[in-house]
Design a protein around this ligand. Structure first.
Ligand SMILES: [Zn+2]
Length: 431
C-alpha cells in the first residue's frame, strides 16, 4: 500500500530519515486542536471549593480557561468525563523509579544498570497512569546518574512519565545507612549511594552529581532507626557544618539539598543548615519544627513505605516497623499542630509503582483533612519541586496536567486511588 496523500509520504520519509540519523523523534505535539474537558465537578485545590459542573479549555500544553462553562473554539474536541471530579495532576515528592518490590538492597549485585533503567521507564509510566504528573526521584540507589536519561527521555516525549526532578545517586557516609554493610569485604559489594565523608568530599561529589544531570542533591543524614523507651533512636551521619557546606554548594548554582532524616539531632542540624525538605521526619524536636515553619522546610512523611514493610517484612522486622509507625503517627499530629508544611511523598519503589496514592489515605488517617492532604500532594509538591505557578493547581496559564477521579475526593480520599483520566501538558495519556 502506498499512502494516498503525498504530504503524508513526505512526513513519513522525514521521520524515517530522522530515525536513520539517530535524531530523537519529535515531541508528542500537544493536541493540534483545542480540547474542552467537561465533568460533573472540579476541585479548586487552593480554596477547597468545588465547581459543578466544570469545563476546562486546553490549548496546546496549557490551560486557557475554566469555569462552569467555557467558550468552545471552532473545531475543539470535547471530552465528557461525566460524573467525575477534575483535579490537578498529583505530585509525589519522594519516589524511586529505579526500585521495585524485593530489590531495595541487593539490586547493585543482581541487576545491571541497563536493566534497572528499563525498570525505571516502566515505573515512570505506571506512576503517570496512576495520576502522578510530577515526581521527585530521591535516588537511583546504586544506578548512578541513569535517572538523567529517564528524565530527558520523558521531557523529549520519547517515553511516557511524570515531569521529574532527579537527584542522581544519593550521598552517604562510608559504612552509613545506605552503604552495603555486612557483606564479605572481599566481595567489594557496591554501595547503594555515593560516598562522601566530610565537607570537602561532599562538595566534590555534589559537583559530580550536578555535572551528570541531577536537579537537586539527596543526602542520607540519619539511620538506622529504632524505638527506645518510646523515643526514636537514630545515628546522625553528617555534622551541621558538613550539611551547611552541602547546602552552600548546591545554593551556589541555584539548587538545593533534601535529606533522609528521621530524628534528632540529624533533623535539627538539617533544618539549621537550610535543606529544602526533611524526608521521613519520624520525630522532630520543638526547635526543629520551629525552624522548619520559619524557613518553610517541608516534612515528607512517607507513611506508605513503613505500612508496606510492616505488612510484608518477616515478623521481627515487621514488629519494629509497626513500632516506628505508631511513634510517627503520634508525632505527625504534633507536626501538624506546629504548622510544619507537609508535602506528599510515598517512597514508592520498594512497593509497586502506580499504587502510591494510598499515601493520601494514610495522611488523612493520621490527622490531615482530605483537602489538606490534597494540597500537600499538589500545591506543596509544586513548591518543593520548584514549579510553583506552573503545576499543582488548575488555573489559566498553568500546564494542563489534569486528572479525573470518580466521586468526591473530599468525601472519600481513596477516590485518588482510582484515577480514570490523565492529561499531562495537554496530552491525554489515559481515558
Ligand atoms: Zn526513599
Amino acid at each position: 500500500m502506498i499512502a494516498a496523500n503525498p504530504m503524508h509520504r513526505i512526513a513519513i520519509c522525514a521521520l524515517l530519515a530522522a530515525a536513520a540519523f539517530g535524531q530523537p523523534a519529535p515531541n508528542p505535539a500537544p493536541a493540534p486542536r483545542p480540547i474542552v474537558l467537561r465533568a460533573a465537578r472540579l476541585l479548586d485545590v487552593e480554596t477547597g471549593r468545588t465547581l459543578a459542573p466544570a469545563e476546562v479549555l486546553v490549548e496546546g500544553e496549557s490551560i486557557a480557561a475554566l469555569g462552569t462553562s467555557v467558550a468552545h473554539p471552532a473545531g475543539a474536541e470535547v471530552i465528557d468525563l461525566g460524573d467525575r471530579t477534575l483535579l490537578p495532576g498529583l505530585i509525589d515528592a519522594h519516589v524511586h523509579l529505579f526500585l521495585h518490590p524485593g530489590a531495595e538492597d541487593l539490586q547493585t549485585v543482581e541487576e545491571s544498570v541497563p536493566q534497572r533503567t528499563i525498570t525505571a521507564t516502566l515505573a515512570a509510566r505506571a506512576d503517570l497512569l496512576a495520576g502522578f504528573t510530577a515526581e521527585r526521584d530521591m535516588g537511583t540507589e546504586g544506578a548512578g546518574s541513569a535517572d538523567t536519561a529517564v528524565r530527558n527521555a520523558i521531557d523529549q516525549g520519547l517515553i511516557p512519565g511524570p515531569r521529574l526532578r532527579i537527584s542522581g545517586n544519593a550521598v552517604d557516609i562510608l559504612g552509613g545507612h545506605e552503604d552495603a554493610n555486612h557483606f564479605n569485604p572481599a566481595q567489594h559489594v557496591l554501595s547503594n549511594a555515593t560516598r562522601a565523608n566530610n565537607a570537602a568530599e561532599l562538595v566534590a561529589v555534589i559537583r559530580e552529581e550536578l555535572k551528570e544531570g541531577a536537579d537537586f542533591i539527596k543526602v542520607y543524614e540519619t539511620g538506622p532507626d529504632s524505638v527506645v523507651d518510646g523515643r526514636l533512636a537514630t545515628n546522625y551521619q553528617y555534622t551541621e557544618a558538613e550539611l551547611a557546606a552541602a547546602v552552600a554548594e548546591t545554593a551556589r548554582v541555584g539548587r538545593h539539598v533534601a535529606v533522609h532524616a528521621t530524628g534528632e539531632p540529624g533533623t535539627l542540624w538539617a533544618a539549621r543548615a537550610g535543606v529544602a525538605s526533611i524526608d521521613h521526619a519520624l520525630q522532630l524536636s520543638a526547635e526543629t519544627m520551629r525552624i522548619m515553619r520559619e524557613k518553610q522546610i517541608f516534612a515528607v512523611p512517607t507513611f506508605t513505605i513503613y505500612e508496606y514493610f510492616a505488612d510484608h517484612d518477616p515478623p521481627a522486622e515487621a514488629a519494629a516497623e509497626r513500632a516506628l509507625n505508631r511513634l510517627h503517627a503520634a508525632e505527625f499530629r504534633k507536626q501538624l499542630a506546629a504548622g510544619v508544611a507537609i508535602a506528599v511523598g510515598s517512597d514508592v519503589g520498594p512497593f509497586p509503582h502506580g499504587t502510591q496514592a494510598a499515601e493520601f489515605a494514610w495522611l488523612v488517617k493520621y490527622g490531615m483533612t482530605p483537602l489538606g492532604a490534597i494540597q500537600a500532594g499538589t500545591l506543596n509538591g509544586a513548591k518543593l519541586l520548584g514549579w510553583q505557578g506552573r503545576i499543582g493547581a488548575l488555573k489559566p496559564g498553568y500546564f494542563a496536567d489534569v486528572i479525573a477521579v470518580p466521586g468526591d475526593p473530599l468525601a472519600d480520599i481513596t477516590a485518588l486511588q482510582k484515577v480514570q483520566f490523565v492529561m499531562k501538558g495537554g496530552v491525554v495519556y489515559k481515558r
